[in-house]
Design a protein around this ligand. Structure first.
Ligand code: DQA
Length: 149
């Protein structure tokens, strides 16, 4: 089945350190491993993905702005910017693209400052606590969303 849709999979700060960063919370999977898993699932679903990571808020904002014309949906793990960035919220709003928010860890089981997400306000859905599997769940859901068009 060819859906022929392009999905931006966006990763925020410190996610380039997956595999070495607090493995008891984030696991042993590296960002490269995660990208390979996502590519494999995307191929099965007939999606093309543009998998990116940045430690810089402005760069994430610019990429989200570009998705308005370049992509059909956004899967985003904004890392700590989830809890702080109105700029990313605004960019997601203006993108007018379906958004799925992902976190590797269950942010509601952790410190209270992680319980609030600016992104959830514009997300179609939120997946957290399932590790890398959460990204694959998000791609499955995104295939449904963009396939409905
Ligand atoms: C995270 C959770 C955030 O609170 C944290 O700042 C991250 C990763 C997650 O994937 O579980 O960087 O988004």
């Amino acid at each position: 089945m060819a859906i022929d849709a392009s999905i931006l999979v966006l990763n925020g700060p410190n996610l380039n350190m997956l595999g070495v960063r607090e493995p008891h919370i984030y696991g042993a999977t590296t960002l490269d491993d995660l990208e390979a898993l996502c590519q494999e699932r995307a191929e099965q679903l007939g999606l093309s993905i543009d998998f990116r990571q940045s430690n810089h808020e402005g760069e994430l904002v610019s990429w989200i702005q570009e998705s308005r014309t370049d992509h059909d949906g956004i899967v985003i793990n904004a890392g700590a910017y989830t809890h702080t960035s109105i700029a990313i919220l605004d960019a997601l709003t203006l993108s007018e693209r379906p958004v799925i928010e992902v976190h590797l860890s269950n942010i509601y089981k952790r410190e209270t400052f992680r319980h609030h997400s600016y992104i959830s306000a514009v997300a179609q859905g939120v997946i957290c606590g399932f590790g890398p599997q959460g990204y694959l769940m998000a791609l499955d859901a995104m295939a449904q969303i963009v396939g409905r068009d």
